[in-house]
Structure formats: C-alpha cells, structure tokens
Design a protein around this ligand. Structure first.
Ligand code: GRF
Length: 201
C-alpha cells in the first residue's frame, strides 16, 4: 500500500523539496500535501511548482489556542488523505493532542546530533562547546521536544573558522540526503537507523 505524506513547513522548504523529489518510482510513499502555518513561507511556491497541493493554516488568529490551530491542521491533513506526517522546518511547538493523534506516523528533521542541542541555535551551541563533530538527525516525534526515537543521523567534522552560518550551509545538504533515506524506510515500517557521514553521503 502506498503511504500518503503531508509535509509541514514554516519557511523556505528545501527539505520539503528533497522529500518530494525522492518520492518517485518504487518509493513506498507519495506526497499529497504541503502545509504551512505561515502564509509567506517561500516553500509554498516551490511545492506548487512541483505540482503538490498546498494549504495554509495561519497560527496567528488562534493566539494561545494551540489545540484549535492543530485541529484545523489535522483536518487539512486528513482531508488530503495523508497517513504520514513529515515536519520540515515547521516552527511550532506541538501539544500532546497533536503528537498523540499522529503518534507513530510523524517524523522531524533537526540540525544537530541529538540528543545534543535540542531546541534552537544548534550550530552556534556546537561551536561554543568546541565540538569536533556536528550534523543532523531525523527522529520520530513524541511529546518531548526533539526527544523521540532517532531514526537517522548524518555527521560532519567541524572545521577551523566555522561560523554558525558556514556550519548550517554544510549541514543542510546532509539533511537533504538523510531525510529522504529515512522516510523511504519508515514508510515501509522499517525503523532501522540510517547513519551517514559527509564522507559517504
Ligand atoms: C532545517 O535546517 C531543519 O533542520 C530545521 O529548520 C531548517 C528548515 O530548512 N528544523 P528548510 O525550510 O527545509 O530549508
């Protein structure tokens, strides 16, 4: 059975593009929706250019009513017929209601070697700590922010002179390799972790 994937974004959508482009041929899944909480997200046009249905559920009018916002997001995802959710730069902290509803069916990409540096500013924190290695992780989403089971990691060496921007620019192409590889397995129910490095990515 082909799995149907909804991809949630808030920004430029480069991970979304790599996921959509990977779901062809014998891939066990197909993208059916790209949804953003920001009407001005650059990724919406990229998704439309790839022929994917898009939707916007603006979180602002909901104020502090997070579950109300998430109920509308869930309704849009289910109306599209999706049974798998990929968070790709979706910058909303999710409530236990949403996480529970999509439990075992939702992935996220995070720009650090989890469990290190959950949350924001991961590249600066890795540099401040003097880490020799850095990278990104794909994990299943649970109620603990960036805390779910890790299903893939890609790592690279931190180079002399690296800044948060240069590090981010070298990690992002690894994200574009790792996320599609994990989704391809996850969509078949295979949760065997994928480990990549800049050398073999
Ligand atoms: C990525 O670095 C991702 O790891 C993080 O947000 C960024 C989104 O980038 N959660 P894009 O919108 O996919 O280009």
């Amino acid at each position: 059975m082909t799995r149907k994937v909804a991809i949630l974004i808030s920004g430029g959508g480069s991970n979304m593009v790599s996921l959509v482009r990977s779901m062809t041929g014998d891939h066990p899944a197909r993208p059916v929706l790209v949804l953003s909480n920001r009407p001005d997200a650059g990724g919406l046009q990229k998704a439309a250019d790839l022929g994917i249905t898009t939707a916007v559920v603006d979180h602002k009018p909901y104020g502090t009513d997070r579950e109300g916002f998430e109920a509308e997001v869930t309704a849009a995802i289910e109306a599209a017929g999706a049974d798998l959710v990929c968070l790709a730069g979706f910058m909303r902290v999710l409530t236990p209601y949403f996480v529970g509803h999509w439990s075992g069916r939702m992935l996220n990409i995070h720009p650090s070697l989890l469990p290190k540096y959950k949350g924001l500013h991961t590249h600066a924190r890795a540099l401040d700590a003097g880490d020799a290695e850095h990278g990104c992780s794909v994990h299943e989403v649970t109620a603990e922010l960036d805390g779910g089971p890790i299903l893939g990691q890609a790592r690279l060496p931190v180079l002399p002179g690296d800044t948060p921007d240069t590090l981010a620019a070298r990690v992002l192409p690894l994200e574009h390799q790792l996320y599609p590889a994990v989704l391809r397995r996850y969509a078949t129910g295979d949760r065997t972790p994928i480990l990549l490095s800049a050398a073999n990515a």
